[in-house]
Design a protein around this ligand. Structure first.
Ligand code: FE2
Length: 127
């Protein structure tokens, strides 16, 4: 990974932004590991190897959740949107649009250009 998580010169970034970037990189790595174990488990035939890999994947679930919780605690807008989407029932996309609206961002990326992620509307929040 090296210093790939930075898109700006690290020495110009505040310490809290570098920490945030490290945890974002870690979150990505944990998600990748979960996906890799899912594929390995899907093809493995040895029951003992399967047990080991399922145990390892469970550890990655924990690591992912801890990384996510850290990031959400430091990003109120992200937390507000996540609270509207996570652990609910029903249509995920509808929940996302509603959560975005309730966070004061409007639907579909804060009413930005169609197809936009609405990142510009998040400028100045959280970080
Ligand atoms: Fe991990």
């Amino acid at each position: 990974m090296g210093f790939d998580q930075y898109h700006e010169p690290p020495d110009e970034l505040p310490a809290k932004t570098r920490t945030f970037a490290r945890l974002c990189a870690s979150l990505t790595e944990e998600a990748e590991a979960i996906g890799w174990y899912e594929q390995r488990i899907a093809v493995e035939q040895d029951p003992e190897a399967l047990a080991v890999m399922r145990n390892a994947q469970t550890e990655e679930f924990k690591h992912f959740a801890m990384d996510l919780e850290f990031l959400l605690r430091r990003t109120p807008t992200w937390r507000a949107i996540a609270e509207g989407i996570l652990f609910g029932d029903g249509d995920i996309v509808e929940a996302g649009e509603e959560a975005e609206g309730e966070a004061g961002l409007g639907g579909s990326g804060g009413g930005a250009t169609p197809g936009s992620l609405g990142i510009g509307s998040l400028r100045g929040s959280g970080l």
